[in-house]
Design a protein around this ligand. Structure first.
Ligand SMILES: *Cc1c(COP(=O)(O)O)cnc(C)c1O
Length: 479
């Protein structure tokens, strides 16, 4: 990196503030703190001016790439452009200066927003009750799995297994395992969908649930979804919907109508919160009525015109987050949903699907398309042809960075060799899509003509090819 560390700007006595002379007695810290808590020498913090700090962080931000810089076609992640109005709403003084333990009478407006958000999410998903507590998709999955576990425990049924297709997102098996279930993986068929015979074989009285996303991680809609649901339900199991792909179906079909019993949303994906740097996120969970008693405590309720938190939930799995969840992300999602309205959400889906299919149609001329099925908001290519000519999918991803474009998700889902998983989202226009497609085609041509150029990419970025194994195995965390 060309930008030094902030400590390298440090110079003794430099500071970013100027305060008036102290006009009260200087009483020292020992009046307030036990001496064992007081440092003997000052902390070794960088001493820098305000302008040093601003320039340093501005420089760092420019060495990175984000949704505000250009297309970010990271499959499965729904990196859409996030309208800035959402940020304004989430920063309104009247909303953010509240304390979560304030009396309900004093925060009725805020509770009303959360209540309406729950109602919108219930309507969009076809579920009966929603909790806003979980902080991410994976956290929502864990919450959902805990709900399913508790449900069967109280019913007195010992169900220990959760079925997960081999195309699933890695968080699915992880969440099921964390909740104490045994994970049973089933292989997809040649169309990239759940193989009904494999499913029937895996289902018995030990199965608590099937975890599924639809469209699945190949972007393909499971056409047998009602049959799949009935196979699971007939065996007494439940259906969990991974809502990360909601951007492909919003306003068209609802997981509740596909007979799913529990689902999570990724508000930070579908409903437009900047994400990717590790959060904050929000992963509300929706359930059908019979599972509502198990939701995390407290549940937001309305009686007449009064909103309140209901803590009297004897069957609840307990709390999964401090207070009520990540409030600011909920505000952004609320603002986004209100701004788009029902028609706008439907159009978002429509354009997300149109954009992905446009790119797929152009790119399959050059890159292998392993699953020909109709796909929705994302699609998966394989870089196998290019690999044979000397450059792998990883190399292609790095070469894209040289052209100032962000790479798609690579090597996922695992069922596709040399996978390139592309999700353009609805917020990109046709010129941006064309530019990305043409860059991908150009890179493929480069591989034929000069494979080493692509193999040694990136050449133009501030940081060149990283030793990723070393970074993971032997991280240098000193500063
Ligand atoms: C992103 C994603 C998740 C996990 O969501 P997080 O909010 O990142 O925890 C789960 N499943 C799928 C299909 C996803 O794309």
């Amino acid at each position: 990196m060309t930008e030094p560390l902030i400590k390298d700007y440090s110079s003794p006595g430099r500071k970013g503030y100027s305060l008036p002379e102290l006009d009260v007695p200087d009483s020292g810290l020992d009046e307030f703190l036990n001496s064992e808590f007081i440092r003997e020498s000052p902390a070794a913090l960088p001493e820098v001016s305000e302008v040093d700090v601003v320039r340093h962080y501005t420089a760092l931000s420019q060495e990175n790439y984000g949704v505000d810089s250009g297309i970010y076609p990271l499959g499965s992640c729904t990196m859409k452009y996030n309208p800035k109005i959402n940020e304004d709403i989430a920063r309104l003084e009247k909303l953010i200066r509240l304390h979560p333990y304030q009396d309900e009478e004093l925060i009725q407006g805020s509770l009303e927003i959360l209540y309406e958000l729950k109602e919108y999410l219930a309507e969009i998903s076809g579920m009966d009750e929603i909790t806003l507590q979980p902080a991410s998709g994976a956290h929502g999955e864990l919450t959902g799995m805990m709900i399913i576990k508790k449900y069967f425990e109280e019913k007195g049924e010992e169900r220990t297994r959760v079925i997960v297709p081999d195309s699933a997102h890695g968080t699915n098996p992880a969440s099921a395992a964390m909740a104490g279930f045994e994970v049973i993986e089933i292989a997809s068929n040649e169309k990239g969908m759940i193989d009904l015979d494999n499913l029937r074989e895996a289902v018995d009285e030990r199965v608590a649930a099937l975890m599924l996303t639809n469209p699945n991680t190949l972007g393909i809609f499971e056409e047998d979804i009602l049959e799949i649901a009935s196979i699971i339900h007939q065996a007494g199991g439940l259906l969990y919907y991974d809502g990360a792909n909601m951007n492909a179906i919003m306003g068209y079909v609802r997981p509740g109508d596909m007979n799913f019993d529990v689902l999570h949303f990724n508000l930070h994906k579908t409903f437009s919160t900047p994400h990717g740097g590790g959060g904050p996120g929000s992963g509300p969970v929706g359930v059908k009525k019979f599972l509502a008693p198990y939701l995390p405590r407290p549940v937001l309720k309305k009686e007449g015109d009064f909103y309140y938190w209901d803590y009297d939930r004897p069957h609840s799995i307990g709390k999964v987050h401090a207070f009520y969840g990540n409030y600011a992300v909920m505000l952004k999602a609320y603002s986004y949903i209100r701004a788009l309205g029902a028609r706008g959400l439907k159009e978002a889906t429509e354009n997300a699907v149109l954009n992905a299919n446009y790119m797929k149609a152009r790119l399959k001329e050059v890159y292998e398309l392993p699953y020909e099925e109709n796909s929705l908001h994302e699609f998966v290519l394989s870089g196998s042809r290019q690999k044979e000519k000397g450059a792998s999918t990883l190399n292609i991803a790095k070469r894209l960075l040289d052209y100032g474009q962000y790479a798609p998700t690579i090597y996922f889902p695992l069922v596709v060799k040399e996978a390139l998983m592309i999700e353009p989202t609805e917020t990109e226009n046709i010129s941006t899509l064309d530019k990305f497609v043409e860059t991908m085609i150009n890179i493929s041509r480069e591989i034929e003509e000069e494979p080493d150029l692509v193999k040694n990419a990136p050449h133009n970025t501030t940081v060149r090819k990283l030793d990723e194994v070393k970074a993971a195995r032997n991280p240098d965390l000193r500063w």
